[in-house]
Write a protein that binds this ligand. Structure first.
Ligand code: XLS
Ligand code: NI
Ligand code: NI
Length: 438
């Protein structure tokens, strides 16, 4: 018996059910464009916000009942947390989970103790995974909470801090590998700066590039087949973070020769905070060939910080889903609920209600996007908009046969007089809206 064992396994009961502890739309075996819904969505519950966060904010203490938490986590507390977490995962029926090293393990003071404590809990996680069939979407090392990381981890001015980060990442990457994790994530929480007056930007970037290269080398050395992912975020906790968005990460990867080795984990609200649409980040990652996975928590349109809320607006997500479906799906990635309850959601049941609502929202967006894709009107609208590029002139330009002067001369000689054509944006928006009926 644990905090989360009171709820019966959550099942699909259809849109008319009166049961709040059931899925209305998420029917994991339903076929959507030739694939099961569960395989499309690959939903994951995150350990940190769900089981390792007591609901504190900058003005007040924790509000949520999490009896296994305290300033120091003993092995008994870590075990109780594991018990509760896997009760929840098994009852909810999401196929995956995600974790940071320090979310799952007993608190450690030294590098050696850290390694030992992580291995102890890893063995217990392994058993729980075997018993429940819940799989690991990704693991990650927390390189931002401990005071030692206040000035950065891979970008710290202190090489001993850099060494601590290396030890944590080695341990967590290897644990992720042994647990069958599909990806390994690096969120550069403290990899950035608050003031350039005391920051050697070039040196920090070089250190960060070398750190990432070491992680990639080690991945190959141990035979980890999953993707290494960087999670972009523009600011918070630092004023400027080096991984501010997909484009910045791609430039960084190219500069350090890692563009074929590392992909991105895109978080909806990090895109919003960067002043970008979520679908922009997805399309940019697909265009650069670095799409990896998604953290599906959203922000609040009137708050400029990471509110980490569960998604509840399917229509907003449809454009990104269309891009993902047309791009071939999530691959080894998934939709991770890197989402927090509100501080007043103090009932254990609230964690179920939050995830059920979130998963149903993703199912709604998937079904609507699948209809948009199957209808082909939106794809056709886009295709015809660029059709002229398939003609003679377009092909000569695309193939690189014309240089600037030759093209300029041709424009004059042929007396180019392009005519205005509608971009049909309102129609495109209506095509999305009319399919949001689930
Ligand atoms: C914080 C990040 C974090 C990562 C994992 O804003 O979203 O939760 O997903 O370290
Ligand atoms: Ni995240
Ligand atoms: Ni976040």
């Amino acid at each position: 018996m644990s905090l989360f064992s009171d709820i019966a396994p959550v099942r699909f009961e259809g849109p008319d059910t009166a049961n709040e502890y059931a899925f209305r739309v998420y029917d994991k075996d339903r076929q959507v464009l030739g694939k099961r819904m569960e395989e499309w969505l690959r939903c994951a519950v995150c350990y940190w916000h769900s089981f390792n966060w007591p609901g504190q904010d900058i003005f007040g203490a924790g509000t949520l009942p999490r009896p296994w938490l305290g300033p120091t986590i003993t092995q008994e507390m870590a075990d109780a947390k594991l018990e509760a977490a896997f009760d929840f995962l098994a009852q909810l029926g999401a196929p995956y989970f995600t974790f940071h090293d320090i979310d799952v393990m007993a608190t450690a003071k030294t590098v050696k103790e850290h390694d030992r404590n992580l291995k102890t809990i890893e063995a217990r996680i392994q058993k729980k995974m075997a018993a429940t069939k819940v799989r690991l979407l990704w693991g990650t090392a927390n390189l931002f909470s401990h005071p030692r990381y206040a000035a950065g981890a891979a970008t710290s001015p202190d090489p001993e801090v850099y060494g601590w980060a290396a030890a944590q990442v080695r341990g967590c990457l290897e644990a992720t590998h042994r647990l069958g994790g599909q990806n390994y994530v690096l969120w550069g929480g403290r990899e950035g700066y608050d003031s350039l007056l005391n920051t050697d930007l070039k040196r920090e970037l070089d250190h960060y590039g070398r750190f990432l290269a070491m992680v990639v080398e080690h991945k190959h050395r141990i035979g980890f087949k999953g993707n290494i992912l960087i999670e972009p975020k523009p600011f918070e906790p630092t004023k400027h973070q080096y991984d501010r968005d997909v484009a910045a990460v791609y430039a960084f990867l190219q500069h350090y020769g890692l563009a074929n080795e590392v992909k991105v984990n895109i978080e909806v609200n990090h895109a919003t905070l960067a002043g970008l649409d979520f679908e922009h980040e997805v399309c940019a990652a697909l265009a650069y060939g670095i799409f990896g996975s998604i953290d599906i928590n959203r922000g609040d349109p009137r708050n400029g910080w990471d509110t980490d809320q569960f998604p509840n607006n399917a229509q907003e997500l449809v454009p990104a889903f269309v891009a993902l479906i047309e791009g071939g799906g999530l691959g080894a990635g998934g939709f991770n609920f890197d989402a927090k309850l509100r501080r007043q959601s103090v009932d254990p049941a609230d964690l179920y209600l939050a995830h059920i609502g979130g998963i149903d929202t993703l199912a709604r967006a998937l079904l609507a996007a699948a209809d948009v894709v199957a209808e082909r009107k939106l794809a056709e609208l886009k295709r015809t908009r660029y059709q002229a590029w398939d003609g003679e002139l377009g092909q000569r330009i695309e193939s690189g046969k014309l240089d600037l002067a030759a093209l300029a001369d041709l424009a004059a000689a042929s007396d180019f007089r392009p005519t205005e054509r509608s971009g049909r944006q309102e129609l495109a928006e209506s095509l999305i809206a009319r399919h949001c009926k689930y």
